[in-house]
Every structure is written in structure tokens, then in C-alpha cells.
Design a protein around this ligand. Structure first.
Ligand code: MTE
Ligand code: MO
Length: 383
């Protein structure tokens, strides 16, 4: 594999792995703005970044169990109605480093910033599929297709040098309300190379692993994608499963991400002055569920205070209201009074009343995914 043509990257990113390039911004970058700047958006790769220079000839093909397979150029995709969807992308491995402190896990270590919120611009997958004769809201094609597989251009070692791939159910792909995009823009700019130039999939509300970058083709299949990242990775196992007794086929590939939050105004072991301290961070849930509440405690849970939540300035955030971005995170903020060194804890509740698990050890799993335990930050009182 060749890493000689990697794109330039922002110097403040914290590099968790160099080749493939995996990096996240400092916590504070996430609360600087509701929409995460592209430069500071986490980058999660499994191989070298593909080089695509002939954009005029770049095309994707749509094939498999359909009547009218078709090749589409970028201009064909741009001809379809363009949608801007504000959606949070989160790696299933977000907060893995904290989980690995319970017991070793396999995978790239991440702090709390393998997540970002962007405005993705592109065509709806439901519109693209309609062009090849698959009507909206269908779950099976005439030829028996039930899944939509996205295959990339990149090459990764987990696929023995083959491309990264993933699939989603056809019913989700053909539902315009699920807002699955073939995106060519991020925050109003053409996608950059790290994030999938020229075209990527964005599956809102679902773990980042299904949002395939550098799309090469779409396959309509009878079965779920059999690729490594669907079948031998990104599945949630109970704490009892280890590398000797694992049976991958017993679990489904993870799709929606669970309710999550993290404090981003403080690094762990931060030194703070006694008195009023502002605590802020992000909260997000998968499946289009909004955030109902974020609770914060500084006294070990004896008392909790509710943080205020916001998306856009001047617009009240109400979970699941049509005025809110349903695929996007909320930022939260609360002022607490500190008189001694302590642990600050935050937990979120989503609109289906799902709550985060209290302790990371209860959800420990060998791949270190979905650490959504209450977020804890130790603070020391300074002068
Ligand atoms: N698509 C391709 N082609 N190759 C990859 O390595 N990584 C996936 C997904 N899509 C990946 C991919 C994973 S695990 C995540 S979390 C997101 O892309 C990360 O997207 P980002 O780098 O734009 O933040
Ligand atoms: Mo990921």
C-alpha cells in the first residue's frame, strides 16, 4: 500500500494511527461550533486515500438484482435534486481508549472526538435508485434484491487489498425520509479527499462505518454485504465473548448508534479554579431520535442539574420537533459550582427515553465499540 499521496491535514488533529491515517480534533474543537469545520472533522481510514483526478470520467455503476443496470457520471448525479442534510457522523469506536482501560480491546484508540456534525450536500439515494427502476418505499426488487451494497475505490488490508464495503437494507435506501445521500459536498464545499472525494454515502443516524467514502459502485443484492467490516467487525458482543470463543455469525452488523454524550470543555485531569465552571459538550442519538435531556452531576450523583441544549442560535431545540435537525447532535451547556477536586459526570436521554449505561465495564466488548457509558472527567482544583 502506498501512502505517498496523502492530503494535507490540520496540525491540531491528534493522530491515533498514521498509516492508515486516523485522527481526531481536540475536544474543545467540537464545541466551537454546531457544524464541525471540515479540517477538524475526525478522519477514519482503512487504507491510503485514493487519488481521483479525472473527475469528468469518474462514474459509479448501479448493478446487481435490477432490471436496468446503469452507469452514472458526476453530472448525472448533480442533475438530481440536491439536498442538504445536517447529520452527525460517529465512529463506532468513539471513546474506545476509555473502554480499553477496563481490559484490552482491539482497534484504533479514540478519545471522545471520533464524531462530528456536518451539512452534507448531494442526491438522495432514493432518487438515484428510482432512476434504475426501483420505486420509492420498496423493500424488494423484482429480481429479489433486498440490500444495497456500497463498494469503494480504496484498498484495505482487512479485505486482503480489496475495497472497503458495507450495505444497508433496501427499505432504508428507498425511503426518502431516511435521508441517505450520495454526497458530493460537506459544509457547502466539494468533499475533500479525506472525506470521500468525489462522492460518498452518508447514512444518517447509523454508525460511520456504513457511510462508504470514494464510492465506486452500488450493488443490489439478496443478502447483506459479506465484507469484513459488516461480518467480522462493527458488531456488538457481550463482555463474556473473547477471541477464543467468538462466533461472528451470532450477531448482526451494528447499524443505528445508541444515545451518546461527552463533555468537551474539559480535558481529563484538567485544573480549574474554584467557583463557577462552565461544562459543555455534545449529545447525539441514532435512528433519528432527538436528545430529550442531558444531566450533569459534580457530587457523585447525589444531585443532578439539567444542561441547556441547542442546535441553532435563537431557535429553541425541541427533540423530534420539525424545526430541529433530526439527524444532528445537540450541544449542551451548564454552569456548576466547584469547591473541591471532583469527577464531573454527564449522561444523556434520547427522545425514546433511552439512557446511557452507567459504567463502561458493563458494556465492555472485545472490539471496543459503542462506549456510550456516562462520560466522566476528573478535575483538580487549582488556584
Ligand atoms: N469508507 C471507505 N471507503 N473506507 C474507509 O476506511 N471508514 C468508515 C467510513 N467509510 C471508511 C469508509 C468508517 S469506520 C467511518 S467511522 C467513517 O467512514 C469515517 O468518515 P470520515 O473519515 O469522513 O470522518
Ligand atoms: Mo468507524
Amino acid at each position: 500500500s502506498d501512502y505517498s499521496e496523502e492530503p494535507p491535514r490540520h496540525p491540531s488533529l491528534r493522530i491515533n494511527a498514521k498509516q492508515p491515517f486516523n485522527a481526531e480534533p481536540p475536544r474543545s474543537a467540537l464545541i466551537g461550533s454546531y457544524v464541525t469545520p471540515v479540517d477538524l472533522f475526525y478522519k477514519r481510514n482503512h487504507g491510503p486515500i485514493p487519488v481521483i483526478d479525472d473527475i469528468e470520467r469518474y462514474s459509479i455503476s448501479i448493478r446487481g438484482l435490477i432490471d436496468n443496470p446503469r452507469e452514472m457520471l458526476m453530472r448525472d448525479i448533480r442533475m438530481l435534486p440536491k439536498y442538504n442534510v445536517t447529520a452527525t457522523l460517529q465512529c463506532a469506536g468513539n471513546r474506545r481508549t476509555a473502554m480499553s482501560k477496563v481490559k484490552t480491546v482491539k482497534g484504533v484508540g479514540w478519545d471522545v472526538s471520533a464524531i462530528g456534525n456536518a451539512v452534507w450536500g448531494g442526491a438522495k439515494l432514493a432518487d438515484v435508485l428510482e432512476l434504475v427502476g426501483i420505486s420509492k418505499l420498496t423493500s424488494t426488487t423484482r429480481a429479489g434484491g433486498k440490500h444495497v451494497e456500497f463498494v469503494s475505490i480504496d484498498k484495505c488490508k482487512e479485505e486482503n487489498g480489496g475495497p472497503y464495503k458495507a450495505s444497508i437494507p433496501l427499505s432504508q435506501a428507498t425511503n426518502p425520509n431516511s435521508d441517505v445521500l450520495l454526497a458530493y459536498e460537506m459544509n457547502g464545499e466539494p468533499l475533500n479527499r479525506d472525506h470521500g472525494y468525489p462522492l460518498r454515502v452518508v447514512v444518517p443516524g447509523v454508525i460511520g462505518a456504513r457511510s462508504v467514502k470514494w464510492l465506486d459502485h452500488i450493488n443490489i443484492t439478496a443478502e447483506e454485504c459479506q465484507g469484513f467490516f459488516m461480518q467480522k467487525d462493527y458488531k456488538m458482543f457481550p463482555p463474556s465473548v473473547n477471541w477464543d470463543n467468538i462466533n461472528w455469525s451470532t450477531r448482526k452488523p451494528q447499524m443505528d448508534f445508541p444515545v451518546q454524550c461527552a463533555i468537551c470543555s474539559l480535558e481529563d485531569l484538567a485544573s480549574v479554579k474554584p467557583g463557577k465552571v462552565k461544562v459543555s459538550g455534545y449529545a447525539a442519538s441514532g435512528g433519528g431520535r432527538g436528545i430529550e435531556r442531558v444531566d450533569v452531576t459534580v457530587d457523585g450523583g447525589k444531585t443532578w442539574v439539567e444542561a441547556s441544549r441547542y442546535q441553532k442560535p435563537g431557535l429553541p431545540y425541541i427533540a423530534d420537533d420539525i424545526s430541529s435537525d433530526r439527524w444532528a447532535w445537540v450541544l449542551f451547556e451548564v454552569t456548576v459550582e466547584l469547591s473541591k477536586s471532583t469527577e464531573i459526570v454527564a449522561k444523556a436521554v434520547d427522545s425514546a427515553a433511552n439512557v446511557q449505561p452507567e459504567h463502561v465495564q458493563d458494556i465492555w466488548n472485545l472490539r471496543g465499540i459503542l462506549n456510550t457509558s456516562w462520560h466522566r472527567v476528573q478535575v483538580r482544583l487549582g488556584h
